[in-house]
Each structure stands twice: as C-alpha cells, then as structure tokens.
Design a protein around this ligand. Structure first.
Ligand code: SF4
Length: 303
C-alpha cells in the first residue's frame, strides 16, 4: 500500500507543486468526526494536497488496521513497528458510519501492511467491503491493498468481497524496487497480486500507481507499462515522488507537467482504460475516481 507523503524538504519545490492548505468548514467538520471515531484516512496521514477537493467532492481514502505498518518502505512517511495483532473489530461499521455522514459516493479503502496478523488483514478488508456495500449498494468501493506476500488465497478473500476496483501499487520500476520498497515487497510479487485478481474475477477493474522522480529511466517505465498490460491491469496513475523527511529517499528529479502529459499519452496508446498522470496525482485521485464512478455506474445500469 502507499500514498505518497507530500511534505518535501531540502529541495526547492517547483511552482507546479505548490498547493494551498484546505480551509473550508466541511473539511474541519469531517476531520473532527473521524478523530472522534479513531479512524485514519490516508488523505490526512500522507498530508495529501488534494484533500479539500476530494472530501468536498464525494471521495475519501480510509486507512484500515491502524497507523503502524510492519514494513518500512524508504519513500513512505507512515510509522513502522509491530502492532502486535491489535485490530479494531468495529472498524468496518465505523467506516460505514463515516461514509454515510460524509455523503461519499466513491470510497477508497486501504491499509498499512499487517505482517503480524495470520491473514495479513485480508478478512478485515473483506468484512469492510461487505459492510459498507450492505449499508449503501450504490457506493463504489476501491481497495488499495498490501501485497499479502503474494499469497493467492488471501488475495482471493478480498477479491471475492467484490470491490469495484482492486488496486495494488508496483510503486516503481523493477530495478529500483529494492532501493525504494521494504525488502519483503517485490516487483513480481506485486504483478502477481494484479494477476491473481483478474484470474479470480475478470470483471474486477485492476489499478496500479507509479511514482516518478526516483531515478527511473524512460525505457524502464515503458517496460513496467508493458508488464502491467500483460497482466491485464486496467488503470495506471503517475505522480511525482516527494521526500517526506530527511531520512527518506531523495528526489532524483522533478518531472515537469509536460513530461507527465507525455506519459499519459504513451500509457493511453498502450491500451490502459484510464490513465491519470500529473505532479500531484496520487493513487487515490478525484479525477480518476470520477471517471471510474461514471464507467462503473453505467455498467451497473446495463446489467
Ligand atoms: S507497506 Fe510501505 S508504502 Fe505501504 S504503508 Fe507500509 S511502509 Fe508505507
């Protein structure tokens, strides 16, 4: 799982990465409600710059299973530790309640990695999907999951709960995986997650995200896109990597908006159903969710 933390340090930010902090009343009301329920959103944890736009526009990303991850990816600002098997069993209901209060029509459910749990949190994901879909059958649910160490039976548990979109991030090109991600993660393992979802249920949309600016070469990005298309991945997003603290990986390059546009065109030509590409694009991104919402709603009407 990942969202990219947006609190860069040391590097002067180009103009196109400067955003205003959210300030409207709705934002603060929602923040207080989530705090009272003890729920975490990636929107807040990752200090996402799009938070005002998303929360005001009917989408949000909830983070299940706590705020401590058993992994330590070198780009991610989320705390690493051992949550010692602690799980809030009421979390699926709390998330359902918050979704109703926020009047969301598209929700992204993600989590920290929980290597300390026997099923790595797969059943908790499935229970949450089922609970929130039972509460509101019109809601569109996207999950952004860990790799479940590539264990097919765990990925099946989540797929069978029928999230509308199953996302898992490859994060970067194959060569940079070891440098960027926790050693337990891996390029093939992440491709396997996307493969297993499609094999179990070809009607699920699959999605992944790639961070740019970590030192990847153009041909390596092209190869990654080819590998993703080979496993039937439907949606890809590209965003700028930003260094959350001095202990994290440095930004190797700020990619210009024109270069992002170019990646969008290349990926579209390769047959992805939808591509979001821009400096501030994150794996959960309102414009992408708007597109997926429209398409899934239309599909449901045609059934
Ligand atoms: S798995 Fe890596 S990217 Fe995901 S929350 Fe844990 S440390 Fe962050």
């Amino acid at each position: 799982m990942s969202e990219i933390a947006l609190k860069p340090i040391r590097h002067p930010k180009p103009e196109w990465l400067k955003v205003k902090a959210p300030s409207n009343g709705d934002y603060h009301k929602i923040k207080d409600m989530l705090g009272a329920l003890g729920l975490a959103t990636v929107c807040q944890e990752a200090r996402c710059p799009n938070i005002g736009e998303c929360w005001g526009g009917g989408t949000a990303t909830f983070m299940l299973l706590g705020e401590v991850c058993t992994r330590g990816c070198k780009f991610c600002a989320i705390k690493t530790g051992n949550p010692k098997g602690v799980v809030d069993n009421f979390e699926p209901e709390k998330v359902g309640y918050s979704i109703a209060q926020m009047k969301l029509n598209y929700v992204v459910i993600t989590s920290v990695d929980r290597d300390d749990l026997p099923d790595q949190g797969a059943d908790h994901f499935a229970r949450t999907i089922k609970t929130i879909k039972t509460n509101n059958s019109k809601l569109i649910v996207e999950v952004l999951t860990p790799d479940f160490r590539g264990q097919r039976e765990l990925i099946d548990i989540v797929t069978l709960a029928q999230p509308d979109v199953f996302a898992h991030n490859v994060e970067t090109v194959e060569r940079l995986q070891k440098k960027v991600r926790d050693p337990r993660a891996g390029y093939k393992q992440s491709l396997d997650v996307l493969t297993f979802v499609k094999e179990k249920d070809p009607t699920r949309y699959t999605k992944t995200s790639i961070m740019l600016g970590l030192g990847e070469e153009e041909n390596e990005v092209i190869q990654t896109l080819k590998d993703l298309r080979n496993v039937g991945c439907d949606v890809v997003t590209f965003g700028q990597y930003l260094q959350p603290t001095s202990r994290h990986l440095k930004v190797e390059k700020f990619i210009s908006p024109d270069e992002f546009l170019n990646w969008q065109k290349i990926a579209e030509q390769m047959g992805f159903l939808y591509v979001a590409s821009g400096p501030l694009v994150r794996s959960s991104y309102r414009a992408g969710e708007f597109f997926m919402h429209g398409m899934i709603k239309k599909n449901r009407e045609n059934i």
